[in-house]
Ligand binder design. Structure first.
Ligand code: NDP
Ligand SMILES: O=C1O[C@H](COP(=O)(O)O)[C@@H](O)[C@H](O)[C@H]1O
Length: 460
């Protein structure tokens, strides 16, 4: 697969929720930066024509606070094309083939229910439009290890691995780039990130909102599949992966894959599941559903660099705040020569990735005056982006250019499922928790001896 630019972008499911919330605004960003200058063909089944599709795109931009008469928006609206048809029917691919005309290097973006992925791949191949193409696939990629392997096999019947771009939009976040950048642009952080210096790693993804209008989707998904298997393991990889070898970032995808492959499959005893009180009343949720809206898990990394370092990850809806962060706690000094005991406080590295991009290293100094008393002070780098790029702007732009390092390869996706599959075992208890709390009461003891949860505070 070359990094040659494509000459058409086809969006399957272009009239859906993801297109409205994320795709059209991202495409405007790409137009404004002069990256998008090829036809953008939407495909859906609603009986629409091009004008109705343009109106939908216009409404999406306005919904996202982007004026539809700006230069980027006008350019995008001019590039739009539309093919109406059911993706289970051959005639839809024939109509797409006609619309593509002599354009031969296509990026296909699948924003449709995953059950359609295989049918779409075969439909594209049947009209001879798979060669020299790339295909972007939305998460969730499979629902467990077995289904992910089957899906990979289906995709590979038509597209080679290097043509498949599996999306995890957190990999497109400015905050994730900042974290990777800070690790490798400073010389003082990287040597500290290993088992000799780090006592434990915690990751918290807290969301104050609930499942709201996504009940049908979420009830079949749950927190493990929705965010633990993808966003949170990629965040863990961004903190723990070895620096990329070779020039540039091409090897960064492989570095992340190695660390995710090193994750030991979860022991069900190291998993705590919860469901917020009131979840069962959300429209679309099955009566008596046991789907988890909270998960806490203790991972172990079987790698030389990280052997023996406990990794705690938790995620939940209807928690007290919306904030996500990594908390790295370092070992104390080998000798307590000032007699500080536990009052010294540990050195920590805290990386907030939601809502702000903040890195904070905590140092311990001496409290002024007689005797030896410790005082902890934060050293912070807080990124306040003036020209923040939307994650999908970054991701679609990378796929248009054939840059793969922002995407998840097959081995990473399968390794992530292998690690979390035991948390999906039927019969694990699901404990109720009060909305606005930090999860089920059992969560307090979950970290184990000498460890407590570090609750994120948004924007600090
Ligand atoms: N919504 C979000 O924020 C996120 C979504 N995703 C993933 O993106 C994908 C799409 O999600 P979302 O946009 O929410 O889903 P929606 O249900 O809102 O949209 C689905 C789209 O697929 C089209 N479609 C469905 N079946 C067919 C068919 N047989 N033939 C032609 N078109 C069809 C629909 O067209 P029509 O309406 O005309 O039938 C619609 O455009 C899913 O895999 C989801 O998991 C991932 C991250 C976030
Ligand atoms: O993919 C998803 O991610 C969001 C969190 O992403 P963010 O960019 O809003 O931080 C999560 O709320 C959602 O449940 C999940 O499907």
């Amino acid at each position: 697969m070359t990094t040659e630019r494509v000459d058409a972008l086809v969006i399957f499911g272009a009239t859906g929720d993801l297109a409205k919330l994320e795709t059209f605004p991202a495409l405007v960003g790409l137009c404004e930066r002069g990256v998008l200058d090829m036809p953008v063909i939407g495909v859906a089944t609603g009986g629409w024509d091009l004008e109705r599709f343009r109106d939908y795109a216009r409404a999406s931009l306005e919904h996202n606070g982007i004026p539809a008469d700006g230069a980027g928006a006008e350019k995008l609206l001019g590039l739009l094309r539309y093919v109406d048809g059911d993706l289970t029917q051959d005639t839809t691919y024939q109509a797409l083939d006609r619309e593509l005309g002599d354009r031969g290097r296509v990026l296909y973006y699948l924003e449709v229910p995953p059950a359609l992925f295989g049918r779409i791949a075969r439909g594209i191949a049947a009209v001879g439009r798979a060669d020299h193409a790339r295909i972007m696939v939305e998460k969730p990629f499979g629902t467990d290890l077995k289904s992910a392997r089957e899906l990979n096999a289906t995709m590979h019947e038509v597209f080679p691995e290097e043509a498949v771009f599996r999306v995890d939009h957190w990999l497109g976040l400015e905050q994730m780039e900042n974290l990777m950048f800070a690790r490798f642009a400073n010389s003082v952080l990287e040597p500290l990130l290993d088992r000799d210096h780090v006592r434990s790693i915690q990751i918290t993804m807290a969301e104050a909102f609930g499942v709201d209008d996504r009940g049908r989707f979420y009830d079949r998904t749950g927190a493990v599949r929705d965010v633990l298997q993808n966003h949170l393991l990629e965040l863990l990889a961004t903190v723990t992966a070895d620096p990329p070898d070779g020039p540039g970032l091409a090897e960064w995808q492989d570095s992340r894959a190695r660390v995710i492959t090193a994750l030991r499959p979860l022991d069900p005893a190291d998993v705590l599941l919860g469901q917020y009180d009131g979840y069962l009343d959300v429209p679309g949720v099955a009566p008596g559903s046991r789907t988890e809206t909270y998960v806490a898990a203790r991972f172990h990394l079987d790698s030389w660099r990280w052997a023996g370092v406990p990794v705690l990850i938790r995620a939940g809806k209807r928690l007290p705040v919306s904030a996500s962060e990594v908390w790295v706690t370092f070992h104390g000094p080998p000798r307590d020569i000032f007699g500080l005991g536990s009052s010294a406080g540990a050195n920590t590295l805290r990386v907030q990735v939601r809502p702000e991009s903040v890195l904070t290293l905590t140092l311990v100094g001496k409290r002024p005056g007689a005797g030896w008393q410790a005082q902890s002070e934060p050293l912070s780098f807080s990124e306040r982006p003036e020209h923040d790029m939307r994650p999908y702007d970054r991701l679609i732009g990378a796929a248009l250019d054939g840059q793969r390092w922002l995407f998840a390869p097959q081995d990473t996706v399968e390794a992530a499922w292998r690690a979390v599959d035991p948390a999906l075992a039927p019969g694990l208890p699901v404990h109720t928790y009060a909305p606005g709390s930090w999860g089920p009461s059992q969560a307090a003891d979950f970290p184990g001896a000498g460890e407590t949860w570090h609750d994120p505070v948004p924007g600090t």
